[in-house]
Structures are given as C-alpha cells and as structure tokens.
Design a binder for this molecule. Structure first.
Ligand code: FES
Ligand code: FES
Length: 224
C-alpha cells in the first residue's frame, strides 16, 4: 500500500471513532437525563415510593399522623394536599372536595383542634399532627348529637357541604359549649352552601347547645 493510501485509511478510521464517541456520549446523556427525570418527576401515584428508586431523588417522605385517634405512618409525595391524602391514601372519602383552592370549606378537617380546609394543607406539612375527619365524629357507630340535630332540623339539602360544616361546628363546640349566634356564624364563615340559606345550619348549633328549642313540627317528625 502506498504511503498516500495508508494516510487516507488512518484518517477514515479516526473520523469513524470520533462519530462513535460522540454518538455514544449523546445516547448516554439522554439515558441519564431520562433516568433522572423519571426518578424525580415521574413518580407513580400511591402511598409508597417506587421500589428501587434512589432515596435522595424522591420528592416526598414518610410522615406520621394520628387520624381519628389512630396513629399511622405513610409515604406522601411533597405535592399532595392533605385532602387528597386523606381521601386517596387513607380511604376517608367523607372529606369532600368542592373548589380545591380554599374557598368553599367542604374539605374542612380538624388539625390539632383547629378547623382547616384540607385542600390548602400539604400532607408533608401535617407530619406529626392529630387530625379528625367526619368519619371520626360519630361515637361508637352512632351519630353524634350535632349530626343528629342537623339531620332532624333539616340543616342540609343535597348534603355536599355537610361534612365541612360539621367539622367547623365541631371545632367550635369543642372549645366553647354555648357559643353565641355571632360566634357560630363567624366559625362557619369559611363554609359555603349552595342550597340552604344557612339559617337552619346556625339554628342547629343553637339547638344542640340548648339555646333554642327544636321546631315542634320537626321534632315530631313532620316534614318541615
Ligand atoms: S375543596 Fe377545600 S376549600 Fe373548597
Ligand atoms: S346542602 Fe347542598 S351545598 Fe349545602
């Protein structure tokens, strides 16, 4: 082979190996980026982190909650609201979602004694808290006096807003056994009802606290 031919061959070889190197590097970067993206943002929904996922890449953590008197430990994604966590991870569907941005109060739960819209609380921030939901209001399988009164007094119509109102009312009554009408209205001011005029809801609290007599036709079972 002539010297000229030998030189040509050498150059060809070096171009091929350069292409192979660049191609391999790009492929490596794409795979690496995809793996990193998958580890940090493509988290499967569910109460536990994906098996084998690197711990430092998981955007969430295990938290401890006491829900309706029961201590529990669960993994939560950092983006999950308390409302979604209670509903989807804990199966507590009594906490209903209306607006999902803190306006309607239908998702109200009691956190460490305070009524809060659970759609506005990140589950990760509720770590270590004591939470009460509508499922924890009944006593030994029996409706509480507050629930009974609200039902008997026809406080609700469709009932969608009911769990939220009951939780706000309970938080108030847990602190004050005979709140004034103004205090009741103030405590329920974060809850919206599309069906009623709020009147029966407020009256129910006055009745259950012994500040008002139930209407005769309602307590006798006649339709109001
Ligand atoms: S769903 Fe939470 S305030 Fe409306
Ligand atoms: S009873 Fe229907 S939203 Fe309140």
């Amino acid at each position: 082979m002539s010297e000229e031919k030998k030189e040509e061959k050498k150059e060809e070889k070096s171009v091929v190996s350069r292409r192979a190197f660049i191609g391999g590097t790009i492929a490596g970067l794409v795979v690496g980026a995809a793996a990193a993206y998958g580890a940090t943002t493509m988290m499967p929904a569910g109460p536990k982190p994906p098996v084998g996922a690197p711990k430092e890449a998981i955007r969430g953590k295990f938290i401890s909650l006491t829900v309706n008197g029961k201590a529990t430990s669960l993994w939560v994604d950092a983006r999950w609201s308390l409302a979604n966590t209670l509903r989807n991870s804990q199966g507590l569907r009594g906490t209903v979602k209306g607006c999902d941005y803190g306006e309607c109060g239908s998702c109200t739960v009691i956190v460490d004694g305070r009524a809060m819209p659970s759609c506005m609380v990140l589950a990760i921030d509720a770590d270590g808290r004591t939470i009460q939901t509508i499922e924890g209001v009944s006593e030994g399988g029996k409706l509480s006096a507050l629930q009974e009164t609200m039902i008997k007094h026809r406080a609700f119509q469709c009932g969608f807003c009911g769990p939220g109102f009951i939780m706000s009312a309970k938080a108030l009554l847990d602190k004050k056994s005979r709140p004034t009408e103004d205090e009741i209205r103030e405590a329920l001011s974060g809850n919206v009802c599309r069906c009623t005029g709020y009147h029966r809801i407020v009256e129910s609290l006055l009745i259950v606290t012994g500040q008002k007599q139930p209407l005769e036709r309602i307590s006798s079972g006649a339709i109001a």
